[in-house]
Design a protein around this ligand. Structure first.
Ligand code: SAH
Length: 252
């Protein structure tokens, strides 16, 4: 038996399987194996570069995989069946890769401004056979002006990338009218969320709901914030790289 098979076989995925089931997501043995393989890839690459500070199998299942899958509670069944999503500032592929493992017909475009991370994503996509995944190196501020990406997605996702007024400018331009932005935040972020209303409305969005996912095993202090895309984003947004963070779209 190869070292990889030995490693894989010893990873008990019970927590992941139960947590996913509590979200209404049933994972097959083959899908659980893909999660194990993703974990092994993360661990191998993490030895060479900084991908994640969460490293034990237990905590990766809870804080990375299950937390990513909670998006399933916030979006429509159609989006899960064959939706197109962009994951802005995906890092090691979170939440995008867990969603593509669990929902193999979703088409995910993973964006990150760090070239080395995109190298990891490309390698992982191949290793996991994620043929519907595209990884793009670049900044959201630039990529959102590309004709094939602007307003080209049903969903725009982001976790742990920026504060909400900034994040609105990095995500909403990718979303088609009628689509949705879904971002992970902590339950303490309510004032941050409210401070983004001006940015959201300027960019063609409308603040939706903040929901607490019910997922066995995932961190209960997390919420998902949804924003509906109700009208096209004015052509001047996003502003040039760095500007959304330097001068967040806020009143006063
Ligand atoms: N979403 C991942 C990674 C969060 S770290 C997770 O939840 O674990 C934030 C990531 O966003 C980093 O990898 C960084 O390179 C990327 N990033 C930050 N600003 C960006 C921008 N303007 N455009 C694209 N990627 C960006």
């Amino acid at each position: 038996m190869s070292r990889r098979e030995t490693n894989c076989a010893t990873l008990d995925a019970g927590a992941l399987e139960r947590g996913a089931a509590s979200l209404g997501v049933s994972l097959s043995a083959a899908q659980l194996d893909l999660f194990r393989e993703y974990y092994l890839g993360l661990t191998e690459w993490n030895a060479r570069m900084n991908l994640t500070t969460v490293t034990s199998w237990e905590s990766v299942q809870e804080r990375h995989f299950l937390e990513s899958l909670t998006v399933a509670e916030a979006v429509s069944q159609e989006a899960l069946d064959d939706g197109r999503f962009v994951d802005v500032g995906t890092g090691a592929g979170l939440p995008g890769i867990p969603l593509m493992i669990a929902f193999p017909h979703m088409r995910g475009t993973l964006v990150d401004s760090t070239a080395k991370k995109v190298g990891f994503l490309e390698s992982m996509g191949e290793r996991l056979g994620l043929s519907r995944m595209t990884a793009i190196h670049g900044r959201a501020e630039t990529l959102a002006h590309r004709g094939d990406l602007r307003e080209g997605f049903d969903l725009a996702l982001a976790r742990a990338v920026a504060r909400m007024p900034i994040l609105a400018e990095l995500t909403l331009p990718f979303c088609r009218v009628g689509g949705q932005v879904v971002v992970h935040k902590t339950s303490r972020a309510e004032s941050e969320i409210q401070s983004a209303v001006h940015a959201i409305e300027t960019l063609g969005g409308r603040l939706g709901r903040t929901m607490t996912p019910s997922c066995d095993g995932a961190d209960s202090g997390r919420v998902l914030v949804t924003v509906e895309k109700v009208s096209p984003t004015p052509a001047r947004y996003p502003r040039r790289p760095g500007m959304p963070a330097k001068r967040p779209l806020m009143l006063g």
